[in-house]
Design a protein around this ligand. Structure first.
Ligand SMILES: [Zn+2]
Ligand SMILES: [Zn+2]
Length: 312
């Protein structure tokens, strides 16, 4: 929110535009045009600085229909224009959450049409033969004691990988923001896994690399970007959402950043010093043939645990 004094102020960068955004951690007061320009420039810089994308990549952008992923598609479409050898398409996964996902898909369709980006659709039904709503109704899911998100997350990542691979993608871009990345590092710290690998950076190996071009962009700015460029997006919360290990960490970090602006950037810097992206020697899952660090991958393990009908 802008104060009445801020509302009358002029943009720090162009000195002409009316202020619409206050970038608290840097002190900048920006007009609409300068906000959009600096936002997009930072994404391009992030890609360059970390080597997230290559000139001739075939980029699969993971889109859910929320503000983050549709904003990412919007920015990458603009950046891609400077890289004629690169191609871009959107991938979306229909988990099988009636009502919720259908609404999200409408926003995805609307935005890909507006931007002229091809869309690849897949579903749990297609990838695993069973939609999420069937999984969570099953007696074995109920007996497993797992939260819906704990099953949905790994399955969604796998479905996305399969669809991206079939569409010959060389990289998957996800809309994880600075906030998400710092949360993930902190979660890793609490699990004793910090230092093993970087989050959202490109690492080559048997799995299509996943990169996060919003690594240096706070969540708050992504919301504002979606709003100023006029993207429609889903605001409904997933009906299966439950408290996970991530929830208290998210709350803590958001409050901390509000009180001490710039903390998220500082935390990211610290985590980057302690982590190193290494190529892991992966096995092949004995059930599905996908790369895994164990004998049977987590996806196959989950599917066996929570479905009554699934046999790989
Ligand atoms: Zn300006
Ligand atoms: Zn497997």
């Amino acid at each position: 929110m802008l104060s009445s004094v801020q509302e009358k102020a002029m943009c720090n960068l162009c000195h002409g535009g009316k202020v619409v955004y206050h970038r608290v951690y840097s002190g900048e007061m920006l007009c609409r045009k300068c906000f959009v320009e600096t936002f997009e420039k930072r994404v391009a810089k992030t890609i360059g600085r970390y080597g997230l994308l290559k000139r001739d990549d075939r980029i699969a952008v993971a889109v859910s229909g929320g503000k983050d992923s549709l904003s990412l598609l919007h920015v990458l479409k603009k950046i891609e224009k400077n890289f004629p050898q690169a191609t871009l398409f959107a991938v979306t996964v229909d988990e099988g959450i009636p009502g919720y996902r259908d609404e999200a898909l409408q926003y995805v369709e609307e935005v890909v049409q507006r931007l002229g980006v091809p869309l690849v659709k897949t579903s749990f039904e297609e990838a695993f033969g069973v939609p999420l709503n069937k999984i969570i109704e099953s007696p074995s899911f109920k007996a497993s004691g797992l939260a819906a998100c704990s099953v949905c997350g790994p399955l969604r990542r796998r479905a996305l990988n399969i669809a991206a691979k079939n569409a010959k993608a060389t990289v998957i871009a996800t809309a994880h923001t600075l906030d998400d990345i710092v949360q993930t590092y902190l979660l890793k710290a609490f699990r004793g896994e910090l230092g093993s690998s970087d989050v959202g950076l490109r690492s080559e190996g048997p799995v299509i690399p996943r990169v996060a071009p919003f690594r240096l962009t706070p969540e708050r700015e992504v919301v504002f970007y979606a709003y100023v460029v006029g993207l429609p997006f889903q605001t409904q919360v997933c009906p299966n959402a439950s408290n996970t290990m991530r929830s208290p960490i998210r709350k803590f970090l958001t409050e901390f950043e509000e009180k001490h602006p710039g903390s998220l950037f500082a935390a990211l810097k610290s985590f980057e010093k302690t982590s190193r992206t290494t190529e892991k020697n992966l096995n092949i899952c004995v059930k599905c043939g996908e790369p895994t660090s164990r004998r049977t991958c987590r996806v196959c393990e989950l599917l066996e645990m929570v479905t009554d009908t699934y046999h790989a």
